[in-house]
Design a protein around this ligand. Structure first.
Ligand SMILES: [Zn+2]
Ligand SMILES: [Zn+2]
Length: 356
């Protein structure tokens, strides 16, 4: 079968022909209909995350063996099932979205159903095991397949990373009715988060971004307040947030960008007992004004993707029409390198998906 594979870090993907992996009990082979192209793929290909001060963090914790097929946002149909998968209720031909954040299955996080935070030998598809930039993907256990009936494959694919990241990061804010949450970055994940917040909480949603067109889109999706941070400085933004929040800072801020500038801004805008959730992985380091955290009783949390249960929840939210998935544009699988380059230049709106 055809696959676009990473052969050496820092280089473009190569078109290769790979053998079908043998099916083992309870496993599944999925025929890929769409594979989302995510910013994390850029980190995987470059090999690292930027920690600031010239320091780097390996993108796979040393767990990847090259060549590797990237792609962790995968939707398609079940091609074949291993023995013992009958109890799953799924059958060959069913449309599915794949949960790619597969853990070791033995550590405490995995036992708690939070495999995306596995502290053992992670088996994330598209990072440590072959992913969806291919005609077929091997899934070690049928339990990682979620029935995606009624949702188009390009839309379903984006739920496995962008969708559950939006849901999980919002949950971490523990929003109460009338709370004010500020979302920094109105790209694909941020705009999904606007919809989830408006449909599943009674909180008010503010959005900050550098682009007016993204802010207009956020308003259409239900954002209560939008701020263009290329036109307003941090001090004025803090004043405006307090004006709409009874004199308090934001009850929660989610940073979907993840630069020193956005994280510092988020911290500065927090009110008492506010939560700053860091999601974006653009990278860098920041100086922390230490007394601010104890005085505000504030918290800083991180969020990396979401759980299998949250993927099921996202599929249900989309199927019920409460949340519209990212706007997607499809490209042939062979154009993976072109799409990745365009993503790196910030030229992709919504989510691009590769179609084998
Ligand atoms: Zn991703
Ligand atoms: Zn684990």
């Amino acid at each position: 079968m055809k696959a676009m594979r990473l052969v050496a870090e820092g280089r473009g993907l190569e078109a290769m022909s790979v053998d079908f992996p043998p099916l083992s009990p309870s496993s599944a082979l999925v025929k890929v209909a769409a594979a989302g192209v995510c910013h994390s793929d850029l980190h995987l290909i470059s090999g690292s995350y930027d920690l600031g001060d010239g320091r780097k963090l390996s993108a796979t914790g040393g767990g990847a063996v090259l060549p590797l097929t990237p792609g962790h946002e995968i939707a398609g149909s079940i091609e074949s099932l291993g023995a013992g998968s009958e109890s799953s209720g799924l059958k060959e031909g069913d449309p599915v979205v794949v949960y790619p954040w597969i853990g070791c299955g033995r550590c405490r996080r995995c036992a708690l159903g939070r495999e995306n935070q596995c502290e053992g030998a992670q088996r994330f598809l598209g990072f440590m095991q072959d992913g969806g930039y291919a005609e077929y993907v091997f899934v070690p256990n049928v339990r990682y397949l979620v029935n995606a009936e009624g949702i188009g494959a390009p839309q379903a694919a984006t739920l496995a990373c962008a969708g559950i990241t939006a849901l999980s990061s919002l949950r971490k804010c523990q929003l109460q009715p009338l709370d004010l949450v500020l979302l920094i970055g109105a790209g694909g994940v941020g705009s999904t988060a606007v919809q989830i917040a408006k449909k599943t909480t009674k909180a008010r949603v503010a959005v900050a971004d550098l682009d007016d067109w993204r802010l207009e889109q956020a308003s259409k999706l239900g954002a209560d307040y939008v701020f263009n941070t290329s036109k307003i400085d941090a001090k004025d933004l803090a004043t405006q947030l307090k004006r709409v929040n009874d004199g308090r800072g934001a009850d929660a801020v989610i940073d979907y960008v993840g630069t020193p500038r956005t994280a510092s801004l988020g911290l500065r805008l927090l009110g008492h007992e506010g939560r700053l959730v860091l999601v974006g992985l653009v990278g860098g380091g920041m100086a922390l004004p230490l007394p601010v955290l104890p005085i505000l009783g504030a918290e800083i949390l991180g969020n990396f993707t979401g759980t299998l249960a949250q993927l099921n929840e996202m599929v249900a939210l989309v199927r019920s029409g409460q949340v519209a998935p990212l706007v997607s544009r499809s490209y042939p699988l062979e154009e993976a390198n072109v799409v990745l380059e365009r993503l790196a230049r910030g030229e992709i709106a919504g989510r691009a998906v590769l179609v084998p």
